[in-house]
Ligand binder design. Structure first.
Ligand code: SF4
Length: 367
């Protein structure tokens, strides 16, 4: 990062794009790449100020908090290069089967106490078939629904039939976590045991079942800025409601163990670019926040983030929830988000889906 003054030309272009998004317009892939390629700290701070304005305009001061429970840990058949739970790597990560009702109920209780909107049951496996495991998951979801402490979300990998998605919906799942991880182009460098299209197919079943989509990716895996930009446009095209941005926390034993960390300003700039591309979506900062951003964590909101994963991650630690709540209070942000408020979708403007079709057209041009 260079310490140059604000470039007048860049300032003018950033402001014009900010005004465009503020007025309900969309930025093109080329315009987004201009933002992703900003280099000087002055230009990036200029961008953050606009991203903050967009967050305030579209999301107000509400911050959506989520937490997760590792419902089945380790020994996953897949070879995702960033993941400590893959059976392909020696990471020393814990392994256990699907959790009993009590820990899930405790996590929901804890979440409720801390203004956390949703608890996601996350399972480390390739995906889910019909059978006793699906029955058990549906039971946990129903129990959480009945207890009414928090919204039960799930993240259960690849789904290969509409029937499974429909059964999850019937059990009470409102939102399903399924990241695209990166651009279509970079995806094969993150995983070769399943494909980008497997992930898109799963999202198709979920959407048809009427389940909201929580889908984002990981930055810092060695992808280019264009990969990050393409991921954001892909997420727009699939109509993701919540977009988690994870920052790689390199795990010893995985192929990405030696990846150099992204500079803090590059991370903040990426979040801001996501806000420009996905102005109405919940942009959630998830894994890798504490280790990568350290004292700059509170700047994620100025960069446009409107949601936060709190509590510990699947296999790594986060800062205590109390510290996150204090951070929100200090910034005048409100964690009391309505757990069923998914009006962040652009389709909700008219309900006809036209905006998403436009986005798909944009995406075709990107590929
Ligand atoms: S499918 Fe999920 S749990 Fe399995 S290796 Fe990939 S990221 Fe890890």
């Amino acid at each position: 990062m260079t310490a140059k003054p604000v470039d007048a030309n860049n300032h003018h272009k950033i402001s014009a794009l900010g005004e465009k998004v503020l007025g309900g317009g969309r930025i093109t892939h080329d315009e987004a790449m201009f933002l992703f390629n900003l280099e000087s700290s002055a230009d990036i701070l200029d961008l953050l100020a606009w991203a903050n304005r967009l967050r305030e305009h579209y999301k107000g001061n509400k911050i959506h908090l989520c937490s997760i429970v590792n419902a089945k840990a380790g020994a996953c058949s897949e070879n995702c290069s960033f993941c400590s739970q893959s059976s392909h790597y020696q990471t020393g990560s814990p392994k256990y089967g699907f959790v009993d009702p009590e820990p899930v109920a405790e996590a929901a209780e804890e979440a409720n106490k801390n203004s956390v909107t949703a608890v996601g049951l996350v399972a480390a496996w390739k995906g889910l078939n019909e059978g006793p495991l699906l029955d058990e998951i549906c039971d946990r979801v129903r129990e959480m629904k009945v207890a009414g402490k928090t919204r039960p979300d799930v993240s259960l990998g690849i789904i290969k039939s509409q029937r499974i998605a429909d059964r999850l919906k019937e059990a009470g799942v409102e939102c399903y976590g399924h990241n695209l991880e990166s651009s279509r182009r970079f995806f094969p460098q993150t995983c070769t045991t399943h494909t980008f299209d497997d992930r898109l197919e799963t999202i198709g079943y979920l959407k048809k079942a009427g389940i909201k989509i929580c889908s984002g990716g990981i930055i810092g895996m060695g992808e280019t800025r264009e990969d990050r930009c393409d991921l954001a446009f892909e997420l727009k095209a699939i109509g993701a409601n919540v977009v988690p941005v994870n920052i790689l926390n390199p795990i010893p034993g995985t192929p990405f163990a030696q990846n150099a960390p992204l500079p803090v300003m590059e991370i903040l700039k990426t979040i801001a670019c996501f806000r420009f591309i996905l102005p109405r979506q919940e942009i959630m900062i998830a894994g890798g926040r504490t280790v990568n951003l350290r004292d700059a964590q509170s700047m994620i909101f100025m960069a446009g983030a409107s949601a936060l994963m709190v509590g510990n991650y699947l296999t790594t630690l986060n800062q205590p929830v109390e510290k996150d709540l204090q951070m929100l209070k200090d910034l005048g942000l409100d964690p009391n988000w309505d757990s069923h408020d998914f009006t962040d979708q652009e389709t909700s403007v008219c309900g006809c889906g036209e905006t998403n079709r436009e986005a798909e057209t944009e995406l075709t041009a990107v590929k």
